[in-house]
Design a protein around this ligand. Structure first.
Ligand code: NAD
Length: 509
């Protein structure tokens, strides 16, 4: 039986969440809430306690098939196809309104299901989702083509113009670290461009996406425009990647699974965009203020329990201020309040699953075995209430004395583990910062404008933050160099992923 572990809060949001968790959930196909064809389900767990929140359908290939058929019908349905761009934009705006109106409930649900602090869920997951739909609500009426001055043979007059048409049925596969906003990163541009979608949340965190599905219906999107199939990656996710009638797949997740998705997509040569892993360098120059940097560096790695693709997981501090910065980072790590995400006082919650906690703990062991020294953390945090004995907690952890070849320096940990190194020579620093298969993001901390731009130019990454970290915006493109991905999400650039360009030639002679 589901155990609705929402704290005893009597707030409206808590009551709504309790109501949502009170019965087994179903998934959204063709406007109907349905179980998996197989009848199979799996449990969604509370990472703070390990207890069952509710059950979710374990969708499979037949469910993906049903969802694709519904999305195809919706794509050709005049109720969606013939909406004017302004009407489509208005629907996206209405969805933004509904997310905003239900923000407290959505944030609490996300905190409960993912483990993250409710304030983070409210500001980042829910807040970013609202901004995404608001931003993309403006785009349908601006997807302009061009008239192109072509040069036909002598005596011929030709009008050539382009139009941007939706690609068709989009498959969206998302991870568990920002469940709702990752879903919206894909939904908002896909819908703005007039596509229909089959969306699969991560098996660890399906709940906020299912609640979002209810709001999609309330916002007036016709049946089948958005379909949500819950299930395991190797089953439901794989079925989306393999599907012969999905025109495009947008994937966010690990580099390893990204490769599998790209391979599967060759079947019908569906278009693929990939947002994958990272091992981002956070670089501190000798003139930076150690206190300021320490705050930025700690936020860059410990935000969202370190389960962030852009986490500033490799800290490179100039040797002149290394000791000061490191001491301040360690102090900040010690001061972070770790607890259940639903407690408003919590600054860092549990990791998302026992599997993820064990994976991260394995990296901590490997770091020590390879000669790294733990400056702070490394195990379960002290002082947690016994109610959370079975939760997946790990204290903020900082490794010193690490060097370039260690696994903790080379591999994505995806948890609250920072490796700190000092540097002297800028060329060597840049070479080491770039010596990774990843290229998602980087940070630079300095007041030296020339050095900031020089290093920003030299780093091979899709995003570089100077004197800040982890800022994103729907208007700004986001994505990775190298094995951190293919393509960009957000900004005007993403719309190219969700449209086909048609060139029309009209003989005027
Ligand atoms: P994951 O790759 O295990 O899973 C991601 C999604 O893929 C889930 O929905 C999962 O069910 C599905 N999946 C798993 N196997 C599949 C298969 N064979 N075919 C199709 N789908 C499959 O990743 P995760 O553990 O959920 O998330 C962590 C990873 O995601 C990290 O590597 C992180 O860096 C990355 N990430 C990247 C970004 C970005 O924007 N670059 C953002 C968030 C997370």
């Amino acid at each position: 039986m589901p155990n609705n572990a929402v704290p005893n809060s009597t707030s409206h949001a808590a009551e709504r969440v309790r109501g949502f968790l009170a019965s087994p959930r179903t998934m959204l196909i063709g406007g109907r809430w349905v179980p998996a064809a197989s009848g199979e389900t799996f449990e969604s767990l509370d990472p703070a306690t390990g207890r069952v929140l509710t059950t979710v359908p374990a969708g499979g290939a037949p469910d993906v098939d049903r969802a694709v058929a519904a999305a195809e019908r919706a794509f050709d349905d005049p109720a969606w196809r013939d909406l004017t761009p302004l009407e489509r934009g208005r629907m996206l705006d209405r969805l933004a309104d509904l997310i905003e109106e239900n923000a407290d409930e959505l944030a609490l649900l996300e905190a409960q299901d993912n483990g993250k602090p409710v304030a983070v869920a409210r500001m980042v997951d829910v807040g970013a989702s609202v901004k995404l739909f608001r931003y993309f609500a403006g785009w349908p009426s601006k997807l302009e083509g061009s008239t192109i001055p072509v040069s036909p043979r002598a005596g011929m007059r030709v009008l050539n113009y382009t139009v941007h048409e939706p690609v068709g049925v989009v498959g969206a596969i998302v991870p568990w670290n920002f469940p709702m906003s990752m879903a919206c990163w894909k939904l908002a541009p896909a819908l703005a461009a007039g596509n229909t979608v089959v969306l699969k949340p991560a098996e660890e965190t399906s709940l906020s996406t299912l609640r979002l599905g209810e709001l999609v219906a309330e916002a007036g999107f016709p049946d089948g425009v958005v379909n949500i199939v819950t299930g395991y990656g190797r089953v439901a996710g794989q079925a989306i990647a393999d599907h012969g009638r999905i025109a495009k797949v947008a994937f966010t997740g690990s580099t390893e699974v990204g490769r599998t998705v790209a391979r599967a997509a060759t079947g019908n040569l569906k278009k693929v965009t990939l947002e994958l892993g990272g091992k981002s360098p956070n670089i501190v120059l000798p003139d930076a203020d150690p206190e300021l940097v320490a705050r930025g560096a700690a936020d860059a790695i410990f935000f969202n329990q370190g389960q962030v693709c852009t986490a500033g997981s490799r800290l490179y501090v100039h040797e002149k201020i290394y000791d000061d910065v490191l001491a301040a980072v360690v102090e900040r790590a010690k001061s972070i309040v770790v607890g259940p995400g639903t407690d408003p006082a919590t600054q860092m919650g549990p990791l998302v699953s026992a599997r993820q906690r064990d994976r991260v703990a394995g990296y901590v062991r490997s770091g020590t075995e390879e000669g790294g020294r733990i400056a702070v953390g490394g195990g379960r945090p002290d002082g947690l209430d016994s109610a959370y004995d079975d939760g997946y907690f790990l204290a903020p952890t900082v490794f010193e004395d690490t060097d370039h070849g260690m696994r903790v320096v080379q591999e994505e940990i995806f948890g609250p583990v920072l490796v700190a190194m000092n540097w002297r020579d800028e060329d060597d620093l840049v070479a080491k910062a770039n010596d990774t298969p990843y290229g998602l993001s980087a940070g630079v901390w300095t007041n030296d404008v020339r050095a900031a731009h020089r290093i920003a130019g030299a780093i091979k990454a899709g995003t570089v933050w100077v004197n800040c970290y982890n800022l994103t915006d729907p208007a700004s493109p986001f994505g990775g160099f190298k094995q951190s991905g293919w393509g960009r999400e957000m900004g005007r650039e993403v719309l190219g992923n969700y449209t086909e360009t048609k060139s029309v030639w009209v003989n005027l002679t």
